[in-house]
Every structure is written in C-alpha cells, then in structure tokens.
Design a protein around this ligand. Structure first.
Ligand SMILES: [Zn+2]
Length: 291
C-alpha cells in the first residue's frame, strides 16, 4: 500500500517529443518531463523525481534557508556592527529582493508543467521578474556600501538601477518577450544588468583607495566570474549538449545556473557586510569626495 502523497501514478513522466511546445526549451534534456498537470498535481510533483526536481529545490531550499539568515542579519549582526538605519534598509532590500527571486524561481519550476499554457507563461514571467528583482537587491546593497564616500555617484547609480528596472518591466510586458523565439533576447536583456555592474565596478576601481582595492577587488572579480560562468552555462546548455539524455535528472545546465546564482547572491551579501565593516572603521579620504 502506498501513502497517497508518495503515489505518483497520477503524475506520469514524458519524453521531450511528448510535451507541449512551451516546455521544449532544451532538446538535450530528453526524459523526465512532467506535463498537463492541475494545480494540486503540480504542487505534489515537487516531491517526484523529474527533470525539474533539482531546479525546484535548489532555489526553493535557498528561499527556506535564507529566512533565518535574514532574521540573523537584522536582529543580531547589523546591530552588533553599529549599522545605521539606512544600512539596515539597504540590507532589507537585498534580502526581500533575493528571497523574491528564489521563491519566483521555485514557483516557475513547479508550475511550468501546468495543463494550461497561460498559467505556465505567467510563472515564467514571475521567474524573469524574480531574476531582475534579485539583481536589483544586489545592486542596491553593494552600491550603497561601496559608494559610501561618493554620495553623488551613489545616488546616480541607484537612480540608474531603478530606471533599468522600470525599463525592464516595460520590455518584459511585450507580448513576445516570454516566447521561445525571444530566448536569446531575454538572455541579452539580463546581460545588460551585468554590463551595468561592470561599468559601476570600473568606476569603483578608479575612485577607490589602494587599500580598498587590495581588500575588495579580488572578491568583486570572483563574483563577476561566477555570474559570467552561470550565464555562459545557461546559454550554451553545457554539459547536456555533449551527452543528450545523460543529465536529465541531475547536473543539467539549469541546475548549475541555479547553484551559481545562489552562490553569487550569498557572496554579494558577504561583500556588502565586509564593506560595511570596513567603512565603519575607516574614514573617507578627501580625494573620494564627492564623486
Ligand atoms: Zn530556473
């Protein structure tokens, strides 16, 4: 006798050729597709071994694990460091944005097999908004800390981030945005966020003291390399491209994208905390004012 929750006879798995078009995003993943499910079945399928199980739980798990981290940061860590109200607010934005990103991602991978294509499409939109929101959180907290001594630059960059987020929303409302045909444009769109990050990082290198560069530049470089690697893996569909069908359940490119995004988000938080600690113990030098 099987316990109902673990009886997955109502959630059959399909091959790539058998699922609807909107689920055929990666032809190198051949088996393990859930498809044509109702809400309840989608929810139940988060426990079923499928080609989305790792995708659901990498970000779903991070969402759960980061709740205590958020509480820890605001109840213990930041007050113990002597952080200001605005420092606290910037970290709150980071936590809320990254949590939204992980939750939306887990939701998309849970419901992308829905019977109604418009439901799956709505969740894809949520997932993409989630990435934009998560990146916004990283920008806000790192710009706020890294440009503490350059308040005009800080305001300019925070304004640019808000403008980019609003422009993104407009772009993403285009009817074709979430179609399969627009996949490359979507990746290009997300790459503009990385490009803005590079621009800000170069400016930061120019205005920072040698001590700051020595302390923080290696962290910045590593974080950008992780994000670049994550995007490269997502676009090239490595490793499954080299062995179609071998990574259907574990180790497909989207799994690595999720893991690397999670690592990058956590590393940017640590970067902001380290910077805050540095700023609270170091005065600004006159050459850094006001730009
Ligand atoms: Zn995903």
């Amino acid at each position: 006798m099987s316990y109902y929750l673990f009886d997955f006879s109502d959630i059959p798995l399909y091959s790539f050729d058998e699922v609807p078009d909107h689920q055929q995003g990666n032809s190198y993943v051949i088996r393990g597709y859930r498809a044509k499910l109702l809400d309840r079945q989608c929810m139940k399928s988060v426990l079923r071994l499928s080609n989305q199980l790792v995708n659901i739980w990498t970000h779903g798990g991070l969402f759960i694990l980061l709740i205590p981290l958020m509480i820890h940061d605001h109840i213990r860590l930041l007050p113990s460091m002597g952080a200001s109200t605005w420092d606290n607010f910037s970290f709150l934005i980071y936590h809320v944005c990254t949590q939204s990103c992980f939750l939306a991602s887990a939701g998309y991978h849970t419901f992308n097999c829905h019977l109604r294509e418009e439901v799956a499409a709505r969740w894809l939109a949520c997932d993409c908004y989630g990435v934009v929101t998560g990146v916004t959180g990283i920008y806000v907290v790192t710009i706020y800390q890294a440009f503490t001594c350059n308040k005009i630059s800080r305001i300019c960059y925070l304004t640019a981030v808000v403008a980019l987020v609003l422009a993104s929303r407009r772009t993403m409302l285009h009817p074709g945005y979430f179609s399969k045909l627009w996949e490359k444009y979507r990746i290009l769109h997300f790459s503009t966020f990385v490009a803005l990050g590079c621009l800000i990082a170069v400016h930061w290198c120019i205005i920072s003291t040698s001590e700051e560069l020595e302390t923080f530049l290696p962290e910045v470089v590593i974080n950008f390399v992780i994000i670049a690697l994550a995007l490269l893996i997502l676009v090239t569909k490595v490793p499954e491209r080299f062995s179609p069908g071998s990574f259907d359940y574990f180790g497909q490119s989207h799994n690595w994208w999720h893991i690397l995004v999670g690592v990058a988000f956590l590393r940017w938080r640590q970067f902001a905390i380290n910077y805050l600690n540095y700023r609270l113990n170091t005065s600004c030098v006159s050459s850094q004012e006001p730009w």
